[in-house]
Design a protein around this ligand. Structure first.
Ligand SMILES: Nc1ncnc2c1ncn2[C@@H]1O[C@H](COP(=O)(O)OP(=O)(O)OP(=O)(O)O)[C@@H](O)[C@H]1O
Ligand SMILES: [Mg+2]
Length: 262
């Protein structure tokens, strides 16, 4: 079992889209994949069709959540084996998130070993899994720190946009600090996302990233493709939603590259 954290504290760069569709593609290639939703927004959980059975609006903070989630794993030490769900795709398992996770960082502050809660939970998870992919919220708070501490490799999605590289220094600095608790953490790769072939800017970002990260940058570049942004609202991966789209093709290629690398 190899564990990957997909992180970039910049919002909207394609973290969730990548965890969902790279995870689905790896699963289609026969790998056993566990995706972990570590974002209180729970976009990954809804993008995989999990939360549609629950009415989000009716939940308020004084009630217990209608299902077990990563919140229970971190705060109540519920084992992952009691929380994971099978998705409607073969080989693809999910640890769902819930809005209650929004308060978890504050609840965790006074907990013992608060940086290693997820690491401990994963080390006790005995299901047969090849890859764990962890989707992070857009911050470098305790949730992301838990993911970095629990992982072997950091994967950074970078949007082919202006200011794409801004803030990366901070992420790399945090990664260095985490090595104090998790000395094995490596940069596994960088994924360029939302590439727009019509703009010179996109190509410039690709050049800059390749120059800086060298062979760490995946050869596959994910294009901007509206089908990728539509699929989650149907609770589907891009392969269920539109297998012939450029987005599906890119995530299929990325998975092939990923398996070769890891
Ligand atoms: N390659 C793409 N082409 C078109 N739209 C995309 C692509 N990748 C992601 N999107 C869309 O861009 C938005 C941001 O993507 P996503 O949610 O994956 O980013 P994120 O990094 O997880 O965001 P957050 O930081 O808020 O968690 C979403 O609406 C998503 O559907
Ligand atoms: Mg996200």
């Amino acid at each position: 079992m190899q564990t990957f954290v997909i992180a970039n504290q910049k919002g909207g760069v394609g973290k969730t889209t990548t965890v969902l569709n790279l995870g689905a593609s790896l699963a289609r290639k026969g790998k056993k994949v566990l995706v972990v939703d570590l974002d209180p927004q729970a976009n990954l959980s809804s993008g995989l069709g999990f939360t549609k059975q629950f009415d989000k609006q009716s939940w308020n903070e004084t009630e217990e959540a209608p299902y077990k989630s990563i919140y229970d794993v971190l705060i109540n030490q519920t084992p992952l084996s009691k929380v994971f769900v099978m998705t409607n795709q073969k080989n693809l398992m999910l640890i769902p998130s819930h809005l209650s996770l929004a308060g978890a960082e504050i609840e965790m502050v006074n907990m013992l070993a608060r940086e290693t809660l997820l690491k401990k939970a994963l080390s006790e998870f005995k299901e047969d899994v090849d890859y764990v992919l962890i989707d992070c919220p857009p911050s470098l708070g305790l949730l992301t720190i838990n993911a970095l501490t629990a992982s072997d490799k950091l994967i950074i999605p970078i949007q082919c946009e202006y200011f794409a590289l801004e803030g990366l220094g901070q992420l790399l600095e945090t990664t260095k600090l985490i090595r104090g608790i998790n000395p094995d953490l490596q940069i596994g790769g960088v994924i360029l996302t939302m590439f727009d072939s019509r703009t010179r800017l996109s190509s410039n970002v690709v050049e800059d990233v390749r120059e800086y990260f060298k062979e760490k940058a995946f050869k596959t570049v994910v294009p901007r493709n509206v089908r990728l942004s539509e699929a989650p609202s149907y609770g589907q991966s891009i392969f269920e939603y539109d297998e012939s789209s450029t987005g599906a093709h890119a995530y299929e290629q990325l998975a092939t590259e990923f398996i070769k690398r890891f």
